[in-house]
Design a protein around this ligand. Structure first.
Ligand code: T1G
Length: 704
């Protein structure tokens, strides 16, 4: 194990450099190296101060999460941080890049902290189902108070240098881009001023004020529990933070450690770490598809509706110049207005200033009604009406004007990319880029690789995803690709459960209780019930297979009860309300339809029963999607369902989650339900095979 920590003495300053690429994670070797450096500094009385700095792109970005799940070996990080803090001469650190989790905790154990202007800090442990386990829950409240520490730790958000300084987390912000020279200058200032050792664990001023507020923790707990929506780590983090009020530091540190270890062993943390690594694994695609991405200097978007303007915006925000083409002047004006409306909202929310807003809206963004305006575009994304003939016409025209080597993409959410590509002379340059609405916010981007899509074109899709800060997931061509195909199955399940006697409101409650932000009927009302209605009509026209139970939603659409946008859908929305009220007329309509169709109504299903079926169907379709190669691995299905469809992240995605309930159990459930509808509940071959072999979906995740 080479030592990633080196130390030199320069001008009385003991400089400790951490060099553990790619992100200086606090691995066992880093911990050992830091402890050793602290001992050397303690013994070297000629050294006046210790300066900790990291090499490469960032200060320590956290504990090495690759070590999680393995027996802890070597020194624990809290012990190393404690040794640093206990040193008897000033210890200074320089924060650059992203000092997160254990990285920030190391900094909090130092006596003084300098932060480069471009750096960020944060304690994102809750995002992987943990809590700061190296003293963050005890030291941060001593710097910023209980309330601010709770917000920072339970949100896991990143904090910029100005805010960090204003909060008192760091002592100074430097414009100097070089961490070492900035650190040396700051250390000399500290020494010249004769600043003393200043241990964070001994700073009580902020806590004294908090101790005068007896109901503070109870008040904070209410909001933390509401936001956590079933996730346990934010609530446990507050329990740990609360210790700083009344438990001696050393004892509180032991309790923090115990709570950390308890969370580390939890299913929720395993699921969130699975999601963390899956988010990175999805960009690892098969060798034969790993071409060279083309540079995207300028882009074009066809269509300025909701999707077109959202896609244009996501590229503008990433600094990519965009030309939007609409059919006529009115459409062009509407497209520009759609983009500028969201930019103005961003300014109002303080996301960016007016200067940036105007640069994006006027310098980088052009609107035209002429396809030839796209002549120089490196990438053109079509977001026209979801109709095959319209899309083919667009691609025929693009084929005429786009330059050689341009990447041509359709944003279609389910149509056949091979069919679209077939009308061009350049099918190798064509792929699907399925954005999710609102496109400038949703992280998921399905990168649909068609039969003739070249490796370079596929990689250009992934490069775009990275440039836009999105999670790109490779999908093959089928109706609905990965996400919408699985969605269609569990919406069909919900419809059959309603027709058979279960309330749509019970289904929504069960799904929200499982951890989704909303149930299928609430989601339909949000998106607009006409969207699903149109898709169903298309499927019927193409030959709908199996039981059709969507009459209850079709009738609402026919009555123009489309959901939030009309004030009434599955729910009633009193003037402008976002949360709907149950609608007795809707329930009466469902009763009427059951009678019309002479449905043999069954007893309403319990919430547990609803979820059992929901998961069985979702997992079964996920298995099919993997089996057919539409998704590369089960983790790709997880990422789609987490990043695009609201599956609770702390359950890791359907294919991860099922490993915690057992594939055999899901197979047994499907076989039980098949008595009601053999075709609909038919177990996927892959599922049957894995159960026969006693394997899990996880065993299929290593291939790429
Ligand atoms: N440990 C190990 N590897 C890590 C890592 C980590 N903490 N963070 C990133 N990597 C790998 C990542 O898998 C990828 O590897 C490469 O680095 C580049 O990452 C005790 C217990 C730092 C903002 O949660 O948020 O400290 O796939 O592609 O987009 O209280 O990585 O290339 O082989 O994401 O520039 C807390 C997690 C841990 C930070 C950089 N820290 N990381 O983003 O690059 S828990 C975190 C990030 C903890 C203590 C507790 C991001 C980043 P590969 P990347 P990026």
């Amino acid at each position: 194990m080479t030592n990633p920590v080196s130390a030199t003495l320069e001008d009385g300053i003991f400089i400790v450099t951490i060099d553990n690429p790619p992100v200086n994670a606090a691995s066992e070797a880093v911990r050992a190296g830091l402890a050793q450096a602290a001992s050397q500094f303690a013994a070297d009385r000629s050294a006046k101060a210790m300066l900790i700095v990291a090499a490469g792109r960032t200060f320590v970005a956290g504990a090495d999460i690759r070590e999680f799940g393995k027996p802890l070996s070597g020194l624990a990080l809290p012990d190393v941080v404690g040794r640093i803090e206990a040193l008897d001469r000033p210890v200074i650190c320089v924060i650059h890049g992203t000092a997160l989790g254990g990285g920030l905790e190391i900094a909090l154990g130092c006596h003084y902290r300098l932060m480069l202007k471009s750096a960020k800090i944060g304690l994102p442990e809750v995002a992987i189902g943990l809590l700061p386990g190296a003293g963050g829950t005890q030291r941060l409240p001593r710097l910023v108070g209980i309330e601010q520490a709770t917000e920072i730790i339970t949100s896991g958000r990143q904090i910029g240098a100005a805010e960090a300084a204003a909060l008192g987390i760091v002592d100074q912000v430097s414009d100097n881009p070089d961490p070492k020279s900035a650190g040396l200058a700051f250390t000399r200032e500290i020494l010249a001023a004769g600043r003393p050792v200043r241990r964070t664990s001994e700073r009580e001023e902020k806590l004294a004020a908090d101790r005068a507020r007896p109901d503070l923790i109870a008040t904070l707990r209410k909001s933390v529990e509401a936001k956590a929506r079933g996730q346990i780590s934010p609530v446990r983090a507050l329990d740990a933070i609360a210790l700083s009020l009344d438990t001696p530091f050393a004892e509180a540190m032991q309790k923090e450690r115990a709570m950390f270890m308890e969370l580390l062993a939890s299913d929720q943390s395993k699921a969130l770490i699975h999601a963390f690594f899956s988010e990175r694994a999805v960009s690892r695609i098969p060798e034969q598809e790993s071409g060279r991405p083309r540079e995207i200097r300028t882009a074009g978007v066809i269509g300025g509706g909701t999707m077109g303007s959202g896609i244009a915006l996501s590229m503008l925000l990433a600094g990519i110049p965009v030309t939007m083409v609409e059919r006529d002047e009115e459409g062009a004006a509407r497209g520009r207005a759609n983009v500028e409306k969201v930019l103005d909202e961003g300014v109002a929310r303080g996301r960016y200033d007016l200067t940036r807003r105007n640069r994006l809206a006027h310098d980088l963004f052009r609107v035209s009604t002429d396809f030839s305006a796209l002549r120089e575009a490196d990438l053109i994304i079509e977001a026209a009406f979801e109709d095959m003939e319209i899309k083919k016409d667009v691609f025929r025209r693009l084929d005429q004007v786009a330059k050689a080597g341009a990447t041509l993409a359709s944003n279609t959410s389910y149509l056949d990319i091979d069919a679209i590509a077939s009308v061009t002379n350049r099918p190798a340059d064509v792929l699907g880029l399925h954005f999710f609405s609102p496109a400038h916010i949703m992280k998921l981007l399905e990168i649909v690789v068609a039969k003739n899509t070249s490796a370079d074109t596929a990689m250009t899709g992934f490069a775009l995803a990275k440039a836009l800060g999105k999670t790109g997931v490779r999908a093959g061509v089928c109706d609905g690709f990965i996400g919408n195909r699985i969605l269609e199955r569990y919406l069909r399940l919900a419809a059959t459960m309603v027709e058979d006697g279960t309330s749509p409101y019970a289904i929504d409650r069960a799904v929200v209780g499982f951890g989704y932000p909303m149930g299928p009927h609430q989601m339909g009302d949000l998106a607009g019930l006409d969207i699903g209605w149109l898709a169903r009509k298309r499927r019927i026209a193409e030959g709908y297979k199996g039981r059709y139970a969507f009459d209850y939603l079709d009738r609402l659409a026919e009555m123009k009860r489309l959901g939030q946008k009309t004030g009434r859908g599955c729910y009633i929305y009193p003037e402008g309300a976002r949360k709907g009220e149950e609608d007795p007329e809707f329930l009466a309509l469902i009763e009427e339809i059951r009678k019309e169709k002479a449905i043999a109504v069954r007893p309403a299903l319990s919430e547990a029963e609803i979820i059992r079926r929901y998961l069985a169907i979702m997992i079964n379709e996920g298995a099919r999607v993997v089996e057919e190669g539409i998704a590369l691995r089960p983790l790709d299905v997880d990422m789609v369902m987490l990043a695009g469809y609201g599956f609770p992240r702390w359950r890791g995605g359907p294919m991860h989650y099922v490993d915690s309930i057992g594939l055999a159990k899901v197979l047994a459930d499907l076989e039980e339900f098949a008595a009601e509808d053999q075709e609909f509940y038919k177990p996927a071959d892959l599922l049957v095979e894995l159960v026969r072999k006693g394997q899990t979906f996880a065993s299929l995740n290593d291939r790429s």
